[in-house]
Design a protein around this ligand. Structure first.
Ligand SMILES: C[S@@+](CC[C@H](N)C(=O)[O-])C[C@H]1O[C@@H](n2cnc3c(N)ncnc32)[C@H](O)[C@@H]1O
Length: 328
């Protein structure tokens, strides 16, 4: 019933939503793509923002920077996000994309809730445990992630946000305009697909002798395999207790192998819209996590937690995984 009321309100408000969508799309093409600012960074950001607006997951920083981003200025924030939030709050519908932590098994619609909840837990566990907690927090491919501005209660640590210059600069500008304190964050400009990317992190004050948590969310699929292996090797060179939270597509999805030929084509086309490219996926083993365990073998890391979108009973092998990987 709530869902039906939600849809009804959306239909009534559809002129606002349609204009909002056209305007947002125009900003992506006209501003983000032209200035090499990541367009895909907006998708997970918008999901977390929606959860905040719908009242299912608090993310004050995400809400504050909306209105100051190249994609979401005040008008697109109002027309799209506030309108959907109004429909959700008036109808009481909090399912699917607005849900947090969301249903399990997750589906295509609820995968962002699943992903967000998985990484929230992964970060909290590493930063707040009593024994050897992480004292350094690195967000690789940070995009518009706001975890550094909403650290678990009582945690006050040095953070690093790493991304390519155009995206990073647009975020810094938004943080400044929104008045969000960011002195505890070091911004590191680099390209993971360049051999020297790690030098930039090390030169920025990153201390490889400290127990570190690395959030690597929504990024591996855009990288070449060498960059993936380099990063895993970096984690394995850190002190015991360090960890990385990371998600991977399956190689079948990326390569368009059956039964994923159609969905793979649609996915590659939609990413091309942002002028970005999906490149890497992990081969799925028979025991779902096997392919990832094999990838980790070379770097001597341990897969401590593994979840995937969909159910094990599904006829299709899983195509999207979330992993918490430890240096033991
Ligand atoms: C889909 S977004 C995810 C952003 C953020 N982690 C999140 O989940 O909200 C991917 C991010 O990775 C960054 N990225 C992609 N390829 C990169 C590369 N080769 N070097 C540095 N950053 C990269 C993009 O600029 C973008 O911010």
């Amino acid at each position: 019933m709530r869902f039906l009321i939600f849809i009804l309100i959306c239909i009534i408000l559809s002129p606002l939503l349609i204009v909002g969508l056209i305007y947002y799309t125009w900003r992506i093409r006209r501003i983000c793509v032209r200035q090499n600012i990541s367009g895909t960074a907006n998708e997970p950001y918008a999901s977390r923002l929606m959860m905040h607006i719908a009242g299912t997951r608090q993310d004050d920083a995400a809400y504050k920077i909306a209105g100051h981003l190249p994609s979401f200025d005040k008008l697109s924030k109002f027309l799209l996000m506030e309108t959907l939030g109004f429909a959700s709050n008036l109808s009481g519908y909090k399912g699917s994309m607005f849900a947090y932590p969301g249903q399990r098994p997750s589906t295509l619609m609820s995968m962002m809730s699943h992903r967000t909840a998985f990484f929230d837990r992964s970060i909290k566990d590493s930063l707040t445990r009593n024994d050897n907690p992480a004292v350094q927090f690195v967000v690789l491919g940070a995009g518009y992630d706001t975890r550094c501005y909403d650290l678990p209660d009582g945690i006050d640590i040095q953070c690093f946000e790493v991304d390519m210059p155009p995206t990073l600069n647009s975020k810094i500008k938004a943080l400044k305009s929104a008045g969000i304190p960011h002195d505890h964050v070091t911004f590191v400009e680099t390209d993971f697909n360049q051999e020297t990317w790690m030098d930039a992190l090390l030169a920025s004050g990153f201390n490889s002798n400290l127990t570190t948590y690395i959030l690597w969310e929504g990024v591996t699929m855009y990288l070449v395999e060498e960059a993936i292996r380099d990063t895993l090797n970096l984690v394995s060179s850190l002190p015991k207790g360090s960890a990385v939270g990371v998600d991977f597509f399956s190689a079948d999805l990326v390569e368009g192998n059956p039964p994923y030929a159609r969905i793979s084509k649609a996915m590659h086309n939609s990413i091309k819209y942002y002028s970005e490219e999906i490149q890497f996926g992990v081969t799925t083993g028979e025991a779902l996590s096997k392919g990832l365990e094999k990838l980790l073998q070379d770097s001597g890391l341990t897969l401590s937690r593994f979840e995937h979108v969909g159910s094990e009973e599904d006829k299709l092998p899983p195509w999207y995984f979330f992993a918490h990987i430890d240096k033991l």
